[in-house]
Design a binder for this molecule. Structure first.
Ligand SMILES: *[C@@H]1O[C@H](CO)[C@@H](O)[C@H](O)[C@H]1NC(C)=O
Ligand SMILES: *[C@@H]1O[C@H](CO)[C@@H](O)[C@H](O)[C@H]1NC(C)=O
Ligand SMILES: *[C@@H]1O[C@H](CO)[C@@H](O)[C@H](O)[C@H]1NC(C)=O
Ligand SMILES: *[C@@H]1O[C@H](CO)[C@@H](O)[C@H](O)[C@H]1NC(C)=O
Ligand SMILES: *[C@@H]1O[C@H](CO)[C@@H](O)[C@H](O)[C@H]1NC(C)=O
Length: 324
């Protein structure tokens, strides 16, 4: 009887926590980071739909591509699957793992309008998780450029709470080569555990409220430092509240080589990336925490209300007043 009660309680506890999560990225559905995270979120009891681009789509931001034909004209990333395969589909042995010949942003729409709507009877989605990206996505300079963040702000403006996660492991690796959930020093495994811990806290922090985990129009951007095999001294990075803009924030730039009459791509830092118009101006920047402190992850809150604050709006409107 006691055993039975215990089992029922365990079942209830699990039932309360189990959530419906869409998981996407920009490195492609076959990337090690996203596969590790899929299994770890499932292990925690969640119903996870992995839906992601068939190919590497880093730097695509919010670009919205849909397949131009019903079959792939080129190989998927790691030839998984090869050219000639259908432009969308799922793992033969797992109908919760999908690819789509599109961008991160359109993969979110595909997840909602096709996978969930047509195949899973419109299951209600509690959270969208993007990543963990291979490589960090920090500063306003990366916000609109990153495909991982693109999937996230596309989810947020559709009304879904969403979190972008990015790792500091930049190796473009195939899950069939690199996935090792038993290797506790494998960066993808560490990140997957940290994502799961974070997601659990989001749902627990919600308390008994059956409502959303983040306010409407709000998302989170999370960046992890190098861990495990990439930095053996860091296996369990601590969480730090950060803001997108601030010290060391950077964006893409190019350098012109007059001798060769050619360009090379670099990154730049500008004062405009350090201004604080919104949020908590005392918080450190993402870059200062991940790149300039020891074993810490940056957690920033963003809003897709891109309007400037009231004071700035009024000042700028004043400049244009006589036109109106
Ligand atoms: C599909 O969802 C509808 C409404 O949400 C529900 O009434 C129906 O029972 C569901 N069908 C299946 C097969 O789950
Ligand atoms: C990247 O991962 C592949 C396996 O997918 C491995 O063979 C290769 O050595 C790794 N490269 C680096 C620089 O870690
Ligand atoms: C990983 O560990 C589990 C038990 O925790 C074991 O069943 C499985 O075979 C292991 N996998 C590998 C690849 O070693
Ligand atoms: C739960 O919802 C109520 C009413 O909307 C709100 O006042 C309260 O702060 C919420 N609690 C949490 C933990 O979000
Ligand atoms: C801003 O963030 C700092 C550091 O986390 C915190 O101590 C402070 O209370 C915050 N300020 C406000 C006004 O919330």
């Amino acid at each position: 009887m006691q055993f039975l009660t215990h089992s029922i309680l365990l079942f209830l506890a699990a039932a309360v926590i189990a959530k419906n999560i869409i998981l996407s990225n920009d490195d492609g559905w076959a990337a090690t980071n996203i596969r590790a995270t899929y299994y770890k979120l499932k292990e925690a009891g969640h119903n996870v739909f992995l839906v992601a681009p068939v190919s590497q789509r880093s730097g695509y931001g919010g670009k919205f591509d849909v397949p131009s034909s019903s079959t792939l004209q080129t190989d998927g990333e790691f030839k998984y699957p090869p050219a000639g395969s259908p432009s969308w589909g799922h793992e033969e042995d797992d109908d919760h793992i999908w690819y789509f010949n599109g961008t991160p942003a359109s993969s979110i729409a595909f997840a909602l309008q096709y996978v969930i709507k047509e195949k899973f009877n419109g299951t209600s989605i509690d959270l969208v998780v993007a990543g963990p990206n291979e490589g960090t996505n920090m500063s306003p300079g990366m916000f609109t450029l990153s495909g991982t963040i693109g999937a996230t702000y596309n989810s947020v403006y559709r009304g879904y709470p969403a979190v972008a996660f990015s790792g500091s492991n930049s190796n473009n690796s195939f899950f069939k080569d690199s996935l090792d959930l038993n290797d506790t020093s494998e960066p993808s495994t560490i990140y997957a555990n940290k994502v799961t811990q974070f997601v659990e806290q989001l749902f627990q922090g919600q308390g008994d409220n059956s409502s959303r985990v983040l306010p409407l129009g709000v998302g989170l951007n999370v960046n992890f430092p190098k861990v495990g095999h990439d930095d053996e001294s860091c296996t369990d990075p601590k969480w730090v509240h950060t803001r997108l803009s601030g010290e060391y924030a950077s964006g893409s730039d190019l350098k012109y080589n007059a001798e060769k009459n050619s360009f090379e791509s670099t990154s730049g830092s500008w004062e405009a990336l350090t201004v604080c118009h919104n949020g908590n101006c005392s918080l450190p920047s993402e870059n200062s925490i991940v790149d300039h402190s020891k074993c810490a992850s940056a957690v920033s809150v963003f809003s897709i209300d891109y309007d400037a604050n009231l004071d700035i709006t009024n000042r700028v409107e004043g400049v244009l007043d006589s036109l109106f």
